[in-house]
Design a protein around this ligand. Structure first.
Ligand code: ZN
Ligand code: ZN
Length: 176
């Protein structure tokens, strides 16, 4: 037995799975990564569509060659930019920066962000409680009827150097 001499050249290219957006090496005609080459895997995902959680987004374009673009991670508050390789005739691309292409990491990020927000709100509340800075123009809206306090005037009168700036002792317990 002889093997044919002309071994077909394997023209493997770096592709992006049209289902999950993962990069993979495959034939030029391959559409899906190893996992999603299996139709069952794709159907499974189809049955439980979580648009908000999807790793991908559709990007319409008509480039005829590979183009790199800078996109911004869609994860709330991340704002990191990442490079996306836009392939001709391929319209599904990752929505998140490299770091957030993993659902667990995104969940974690959101949790961290919520904690941070709570901390910020607490800090703001503590600041508001301290009488040091009284510049609160938002309150100066003349809501007729109710006795409109001359807030601005009062503030101006109190413009003396902050007297007895209460020592802010609120070291929000470092218990966890
Ligand atoms: Zn895939
Ligand atoms: Zn991100």
């Amino acid at each position: 037995m002889q093997l044919p001499k002309y071994k077909k050249k394997k023209r493997i290219k770096l592709k992006i799975c049209q289902y999950c957006g993962k990069e993979f090496w495959g034939h030029p005609i391959a559409k899906y990564c190893e996992l999603h080459r299996d139709v069952k895997q794709r159907e499974k995902t189809k049955k439980s569509p979580e648009p908000g959680d999807s790793n991908n987004r559709t990007h319409n374009h008509d480039f005829i060659e590979v183009v790199e673009e800078n996109w911004i991670c869609e994860l709330d508050g991340c704002g990191k930019s990442y490079v996306v390789k836009i392939f001709p005739k391929q319209f599904v691309y990752p929505r998140f920066c490299e770091e957030h292409r993993n659902e667990f990491r995104r969940r974690n990020w959101i949790r961290q962000k919520q904690l941070e927000d709570i901390r910020k709100i607490r800090a703001a509340a503590a600041k508001a409680a301290a009488p040091a800075v009284k510049a609160t123009p938002a309150k100066a809206t003349p809501t007729s009827k109710a006795a409109v306090k001359p807030v601005a005037k009062a503030a101006a009168l109190e413009a003396k150097p902050a007297v007895k700036a209460k020592p802010v002792k609120k070291s929000a317990g470092s218990k966890t």
